[in-house]
Design a protein around this ligand. Structure first.
Ligand SMILES: NC(=O)c1ccc[n+]([C@@H]2O[C@H](COP(=O)([O-])OP(=O)(O)OC[C@H]3O[C@@H](n4cnc5c(N)ncnc54)[C@H](OP(=O)(O)O)[C@@H]3O)[C@@H](O)[C@H]2O)c1
Length: 282
């Protein structure tokens, strides 16, 4: 576990998985808006990298905690650390999560368990544990769902299920939390190139995915604006809004047959290496 604190800020946002990909872009966008950021992510090179990046930004207030959020007692540890540092986040961005594509039986159940734990359980636990603070700071919660939550997506069944959980959970909680003056928003991006799994999907899908794909920096401003405005659901980008719209109006059986055909390429998609990922980001 690593810890680092630098300076103070009037408002803090805690971002899980803020060391890489979309979480990193959300953190940098918060800093651009003069918020302090608390990054809670795995203790590794990505965390060190974002620490250096933030330290290089003039006036950036940040704190980092390196921790495996699915480890036993991790959420309690985060909350104790925040209290010890006197850090009281106004915004909670539950971003950490991951997905896997392919045939259901080609992913191990241990991995599914970790996925469900990180994508859902950690989010619920952290929100529960931080609620006393959030009731006082009266800010907002941004939960990472996906446009896939509203489809749902064959060959990504467990992932799509975890994101549907986030979607419905966020909307229901939002209604409860309005009495505490806390907003809850569900962020539903389309495909974003961040990691090997994302690139594998884009490659398998061909030109269609290439049109829809975005980079984390493209969606972060709309996501943070949406959170600050307290929007219920944020579909960042025009194409994602179109995808979500068609996802909602298409008759379910037709939609799922079409999606199954489109994503059947995922069954045999080859894994992508780190070098190929770096090349694709350029
Ligand atoms: N990429 C997409 O196409 C897409 C689309 C819609 C929604 N999403 C969702 O957006 C979120 C971020 O995805 P991403 O693509 O940006 O992923 P990413 O690039 O892999 O980043 C995930 C972040 O979470 C951290 N993390 C992973 N496991 C953790 C754990 N056990 N404890 C603490 N931190 C952990 C990672 O740390 P390390 O860097 O050290 O691994 C990293 O900072 C996820 O919830 C994902 O489902 C992604």
């Amino acid at each position: 576990m690593t810890k680092n604190i630098n300076q103070s800020a009037p408002e803090w946002a805690l971002i899980t998985g803020g060391s890489h990909g979309i979480g990193r872009a959300l953190a940098l966008e918060c800093v651009r808006r003069k918020m302090g950021v608390i990054i809670v992510a795995l203790p590794n090179d990505d965390l060190q990298h974002i620490e250096h990046e933030l330290a290089a930004i003039n006036g950036a207030a940040f704190a980092t905690l390196g921790i495996n959020l699915v480890g036993e007692g991790a959420v309690e540890e985060v909350v104790a650390w925040l209290a010890a540092q006197n850090l009281r986040p106004k915004y909670l961005i539950n971003n950490a999560g991951f997905g896997r594509g392919g045939l259901f039986e080609d992913t191990s159940w241990e991995e599914y368990r970790t996925m469900m734990q990180l994508n859902n359980q950690v989010m619920v636990d952290l929100t529960y544990a931080l609620l006393p603070v959030l009731k006082q700071t009266k800010g907002g919660i941004l939960n990472m769902s996906s446009v896939e939550a509203t489809l749902p997506l064959p060959y990504k069944s467990v992932y799509t299920g975890t994101k549907a959980f986030v979607f419905n959970y966020s909307l229901a909680l939002r209604q409860e939390f309005k009495y505490h003056d806390i907003t809850v928003s569900a962020l539903c991006p389309g495909p974003v190139i961040t990691n090997e799994d994302g690139l594998k999907r884009v490659k398998a899908m061909g030109s269609l995915a290439k049109i829809a794909v975005t980079m984390p920096e493209d969606l972060a401003p709309e996501a943070i604006s949406g959170m600050l405005k307290g929007k219920d659901v944020i579909y960042p980008g025009f194409l994602v809004k179109v995808m979500a719209f068609f996802g909602m109006i298409f008759p379910r059986r037709i939609k799922l047959n079409v999606l199954e055909k489109m994503f059947s390429k995922y069954r045999t998609a080859e894994d992508v290496g780190a070098e190929e990922l770096e090349a694709a980001k350029k």
